[in-house]
Design a protein around this ligand. Structure first.
Ligand code: HEC
Length: 101
């Protein structure tokens, strides 16, 4: 009985951790659409008035992407590029961008 409960707990924790773990490799692929404004290293671009995002906290990046998506933060320039991405994609992107130097 205890064994099966432990097993359930184990499976549950695996599911949770894989659900929240952003995969930087997937993020890298998605990031190709961001390069034109934020630069290949996330350093930002003055001409586009796009800020530096390299090394930013994952939770902050995810928060901002969600805010742009639901338009509590308005950014007509960037909106078309992020509107069709899923919250999973945001996690991948954040995992990748936060590791840029
Ligand atoms: C067309 C240009 C453009 C593209 C493409 C673009 N962005 Fe942006 N991004 C901007 C601009 C401009 C801002 C600043 C908006 C503002 O002043 O509030 C911004 C802001 C951000 C911020 C918030 C930064 C902060 O410090 O609050 C994040 C995070 C971000 N972008 C991530 C991304 C990601 C990830 C992608 C690719 C999926 C992307 N952007 C694609 C132009 C762009």
């Amino acid at each position: 009985m205890i064994k099966s409960k432990l097993l359930l707990l184990f499976i549950f924790s695996l599911t949770i951790s894989s659900f929240y773990a952003g995969d930087p490799e997937k993020g890298k692929a998605l990031y190709s659409s961001c390069v034109q404004c934020h630069g290949d290293q996330g350093m930002g671009k003055l001409e586009e008035k796009a800020p530096k995002i390299a090394g930013q906290h994952e939770w902050y990046i995810i928060n901002q992407l969600n805010a742009f998506k639901n338009k509590t933060r308005v950014n007509p320039k960037m909106y078309p590029y992020i509107k069709d991405l899923s919250s999973k994609d945001y996690e991948y992107l954040a995992a990748f961008v936060s590791k840029l130097k």
